[in-house]
Design a protein around this ligand. Structure first.
Ligand SMILES: NC(=O)c1ccc[n+]([C@@H]2O[C@H](COP(=O)([O-])OP(=O)(O)OC[C@H]3O[C@@H](n4cnc5c(N)ncnc54)[C@H](OP(=O)(O)O)[C@@H]3O)[C@@H](O)[C@H]2O)c1
Length: 427
């Protein structure tokens, strides 16, 4: 039976799951795959992490160097996260002739081309199924099952925490702060909640997926990114009144040789498949030119879903699959990343406007000047306050025009605060 000797660095949320799976499922893995995954050495900065998992003596070290330099180890699994020393560990391991498995989306989003190029030079593989969508085997599906397709677009709910927050706001009428407190209590929002709420985590994953799909590295700063903290419970409610839900969507869409890459709250029709993805669940909707639409759904994070992805990478390595092209395409299929101003979309707008006759005419006048047509208007909660919400849905418009129109509208004396703008997706 083929054997693979493994060293793991990082025994936290994911690493501890991988250790447990390699031990408890060793026979199952052998039976199903015909390979024997042997954990040789585990490393964590804290000795207690090893002891907690029953890894002691010469099977445990606190120094990553020991794993990288162990001659017997064929694959290093990097699960410490962060930029440094994770990047050094991966490069050193590849240079030592080892394959690497990682789930480090933040590092991949920044340095994937460099890391893959080191792997290529060393004739080793860098595998990263666990870095996007946890338990959903999206990378494997793309690289193998969908290989013959040209992928034109990807729409994903790829951050479970932000999806949980918006789901709770919608289903239980919670405010953003209440939903966040609930998420923290349940352990869905932790130390880096800002990464989830501001769309940073989803942008990292989208950069990885875009590179995989289009062989084009999208710099993180080029992702059009908006977080969900500006969404109020009333927006969720008004969206529902109009037959829509608000979802934290990641979008990569091709327009010829141009690519739009964005992460932001998005209004979707409530009968769309992605509208039914609630709680911490993830989903990715892909459109391939041969296969048509495909929806992947599952848990996007957590110990065992991510473990499932990491072990699948290890089995592939043990089976000695031919490395081939680590991305879907050998050369970039897009040339240019579109800028925010170039987006065309319909928009949900919520103005806080003074409750007087003539207000609507003023707002629509400015929108008209910038070629923005109004498809629907709702004025809510009249006479309860001096400023009342006025909600509009626009026809398809150019973001540059909308930006200018809103700058002008927000300067009007009849308007209070910054107008809330949410892009819509009609599919
Ligand atoms: N958690 C998830 O659900 C999930 C899902 C998908 C992908 N990922 C990715 O998987 C990776 C690991 O995430 P995680 O949630 O498992 O992280 P975690 O719980 O923070 O675990 C990381 C572990 O590595 C240790 N460590 C840090 N620096 C080290 C070093 N230089 N040498 C040895 N040990 C070191 C940490 O110790 P200290 O605590 O003492 O620093 C900690 O025990 C990250 O890249 C993350 O983005 C996580």
């Amino acid at each position: 039976m083929k054997k693979l000797h493994i060293g793991i660095i990082g025994l936290g949320t994911v690493g501890s799951g991988v250790v447990k799976a390699l031990r408890r499922r060793r026979h199952l893995i052998r039976e199903r795959s015909g390979v024997d995954l042997q954990l040789v050495l585990a490393c964590d900065a804290r000795r207690g992490q090893g002891a907690r998992l029953g890894i002691t003596g010469s099977s445990f070290t606190t120094r990553a160097k020991d794993v990288i330099e162990d001659e017997k180890i064929e694959v290093v699994v990097e699960l410490i996260g962060g930029m440094r020393p994770a990047k050094d560990i991966i490069i050193q391991a590849l240079n030592k002739g080892k394959h690497v498995v990682t789930a480090n989306k933040a590092l991949l989003a920044q340095d994937m081309p460099e890391l893959l190029s080191v792997a290529r030079r060393r004739h080793r593989q860098l595998k990263f199924e666990g870095s996007v969508c946890g338990g959903i085997p999206i990378i494997k599906a793309l690289r193998e099952g969908l290989l013959v397709n040209r992928i034109e677009s990807l729409y994903g709910i790829i951050n479970g925490t932000s999806n949980y927050l918006l789901s709770k706001m919608s289903q239980e009428s919670l405010s953003f702060a209440e939903a966040l407190a609930r998420a923290k209590k349940k352990g869905y929002a932790e130390r880096h909640a800002r990464f989830d709420i501001e769309g940073i985590d989803a942008a990292h994953k989208l950069v990885v997926l875009s590179y995989l799909l289009f062989a084009k590295h999208v710099p993180f700063e080029s992702v059009v990114r908006e977080g969900i903290s500006g969404i109020k419970e009333m927006d969720v409610r008004y969206a529902r009144d109009m037959g829509c839900v608000i979802k934290p969507l990641a979008i990569a869409k091709k327009f010829g040789k141009d690519l739009e890459v964005r992460v932001h709250p998005t209004l979707l029709p409530e009968d769309h498949m992605l509208a039914a993805v609630n709680g911490v669940f993830n989903a990715v909707l892909l459109r391939g030119d041969m296969v048509g639409d495909m929806l992947f759904y599952g848990r996007g994070a957590g110990t065992f879903p991510t473990t499932s992805a990491v072990v699948s990478d290890l089995v592939d390595l043990a089976r000695g699959e031919l490395p081939g092209q680590p991305l879907l395409a050998a050369r970039p299929s897009v040339r240019r990343i579109r800028k925010t101003d170039e987006i065309r979309s319909r928009y949900y707008l919520r103005f806080m406007a003074i409750d007087k006759p003539g207000v609507f005419a003023k707002i629509s006048g400015v929108l008209g000047r910038y070629h923005i047509g109004i498809a629907q208007v709702n004025q809510k909660e009249r006479k309860r306050a001096k400023f009342v919400p006025v909600v509009m849905i626009t026809h398809d418009a150019q973001e540059k025009d909308l930006r200018r129109a809103l700058e002008a509208i927000d300067r009007l004396a009849i308007i209070k605060g910054k107008t809330v703008k949410i892009r819509m997706e009609d599919f």
